[in-house]
Ligand binder design. Sequence first.
Ligand SMILES: C[S@@+](CC[C@H](N)C(=O)[O-])C[C@H]1O[C@@H](n2cnc3c(N)ncnc32)[C@H](O)[C@@H]1O
Length: 254
Amino acid sequence: MIQIDLEGGTVTVDGPDGRKTVPLASAEAFAIVSDAWLRAGWDTKYVYSFAWMGRPVIQLPEDMVRIQEVIHAVQPDVIIETGVAHGGSLVFYASLCKAMDRGRVIGIDIEIRPHNRKAIEAHPLFPFITLVEGSSIDPTIVEKVRSLVKPGERVMVLLDSCHTKDHVLAELEAYAPMVSVGSYIVATDGIMEQVAGGPRTQGDWTWNNPRRAAREFVSRHPTFTIVEPQFPFNEGMVTGRVTYWPDGFIKRLR
Ligand SMILES: C[S@@+](CC[C@H](N)C(=O)[O-])C[C@H]1O[C@@H](n2cnc3c(N)ncnc32)[C@H](O)[C@@H]1O
């Protein structure tokens, strides 16, 4: 149970330690309300309502702002993304590359539907984009992507294709070696663990999700760690992300 009392300025919630009431003007209240908002957003397919420069993008806008902050800090030469769909996220990253005057994007999808390919190839930012069609964990596809990266280039990777734990783990094993020291491989959509039990979810999502894959990967690979990206600007009280990508930022340490 969550009760929001806007007049009284409090939020009341039932948690594992019983019922508690916290001031609305607190980071804790913001986190409680945000979790409820994320769940309502999942149930209403809120993330399926945005486009970036004409292409549908299936992301929570806050995640797009946060990844922009990270991309600006890292200044990658190549951004590799698995999971293209309509191409909105590829176009988003390409637009950042153009604005930064640095970088290009490689997108991999098991099936790039003809109407999506046509629209992406016709987009003014297509010169920044390379499309690769095939399964992201097929060794020939991984090798093709690797061959598109030049020695010494700074690489960042985003995993947004099939979100089963096994698939994301296989992607992490295949693409993490391409990630530059100080850069990231991002396992998106760990939200699955949080919304398990809701509409359009499956019973095994409590463990069969990208968040679990990320945790298992870093436990096997001490050269990588899960980090929370620091906000480059923050004059408010909130320090945690409202995100579909919990524990998603995996940083290469060495
Ligand atoms: C969530 S959508 C990607 C959304 C996109 N990144 C965006 O932000 O708009 C997932 C995509 O992953 C693709 N996909 C599923 N399994 C895959 C696999 N084994 N290899 C590569 N892509 C896969 C699907 O075809 C689908 O287009």
